[in-house]
Ligand binder design. Structure first.
Ligand SMILES: Cc1cc2nc3c(=O)[nH]c(=O)nc-3n(C[C@H](O)[C@H](O)[C@H](O)COP(=O)(O)O)c2cc1C
Length: 334
């Protein structure tokens, strides 16, 4: 057993890093309302090429509470995004000093801006630059270190070399989203690559991409033999999905759609009220909270018959009060 598998055992369900979503109040709310997720990640802190971040900038991004709450710290990975030119070593030293003990390197970000600066998924196409970055991190960071990747940048030609590179340079696990960068979010993620990674790497592989339903979790484990699974959009759609999976592990095929919809109606209230509590504690203004609620609403209503209509109702709310009014009427939806 490695220290990674001690912390994230086989079969774990991980809540994906998501920019604009997974800040500390969100993670605290999630951990209170739906604590069945085994692990969380922060979204990426972009390491700058010039200047140094103040401690406050780093703690604001990664969270100030997480380091004083040991059970939460053991469940959280801190993600960075960097490039060849960025001041990686200096910032890692700072991150370490601040007590963050698990770094995840973002090598999957498809954004044009990030990739034009040779960060994110771009690095999957430049193995020498990537090797140097991995070395800089590994040589200077004793904590847990993992990578989150896609199957390639333009295509999959480096796929097997990348798996070897991560192993050689001391990464401790790989999360794999089964698409290239150029595929963005097109089509369905290809889990065959996750299976291939499991067969070709000695590192634990976390499968990621298009896990939407409880049965998808079983299917990806069965098909690929991956160590754990990470959910992004599916977790945003059903933040209580880990609990459905764990409570129904032996009857996932026969879950009743009506029951799941009823559960959705009940859980939406709990979700938003717990989120409000944790954001309010941070002194968030109402209009900022409303903007966040809208970001959380992207997939939540898809399973209702009036899904698109409902989503646009919530997204057009002009006040928190109006948002909650829509929420109070959700029990009448089919
Ligand atoms: C709104 C949003 C923000 C994201 N931000 C990040 C991020 O900060 N870091 C990262 O590694 N991946 C990020 N991702 C990618 C997800 O972590 C995940 O790899 C991807 O969505 C595929 O998984 P899924 O099909 O379960 O959504 C983001 C995805 C979404 C939808």
């Amino acid at each position: 057993m490695s220290r990674f598998t001690e912390r994230i055992p086989k079969g774990s369900l991980l809540f994906a890093p998501m920019e604009g979503i997974t800040d500390e109040p969100y993670r605290l709310a999630l951990n209170e309302a739906f604590p069945e997720w085994d692990h969380y990640f922060t979204d990426f802190l972009r390491i700058p090429s010039t200047g140094m971040y103040q401690n406050k900038k780093i703690t604001d991004h990664f969270g100030e509470k997480v380091n004083s709450n040991s059970s939460l710290r053991k469940k959280t990975g801190f993600q960075i995004l960097t490039s060849h030119r960025a001041r990686t070593k200096e910032h890692i030293d700072k991150i370490k000093e601040l007590g963050f003990d698990y770094l995840d390197l973002n090598l999957g970000c498809p954004s044009k801006k990030v990739n034009s600066h040779k960060g994110g998924a771009y690095l999957l196409s430049d193995l020498p630059a990537l090797r140097e970055i991995l070395k800089t991190i590994r040589d200077n960071f004793e904590g847990l270190f993992t990578v989150k990747i896609r199957i390639g940048y333009r295509d999959d030609k480096n796929f097997l070399d990348l798996l070897k590179l991560f192993e050689d340079e001391g990464a401790e696990a790989i999360t794999l989203h089964g698409r290239t960068r150029d595929q963005m979010y097109d089509g369905r993620a290809n889990w065959d690559y996750i299976e291939k990674a499991v067969q070709n790497s000695n590192l634990p592989i976390i499968g990621n991409g298009d896990i939407w339903e409880p049965i998808d979790i079983k299917n990806i484990f069965d098909q690929t033999g991956c160590h754990g699974v990470m959910l992004g959009r599916g977790a945003l759609k059903t933040p209580w999905l880990a609990s459905i999976y764990k409570e129904n592990i032996n009857r996932l095929e026969s879950l009743d759609k009506e029951d799941l919809l009823r559960l959705r109606k009940n859980n939406l209230d709990l979700y938003f009220y717990t989120l409000e509590k944790h954001y309010m504690k941070r002194g968030i203004k109402e209009d900022a909270l409303l903007r966040r609620f809208k970001a959380f609403s992207r997939y939540l209503y898809d399973d209702f018959q009036r899904g698109p209509e409902l989503r646009s109702l919530f997204l057009r709310s002009r006040s928190l009060q109006e948002f909650y009014q829509h929420l109070s009427q959700i029990s009448e939806e089919e």
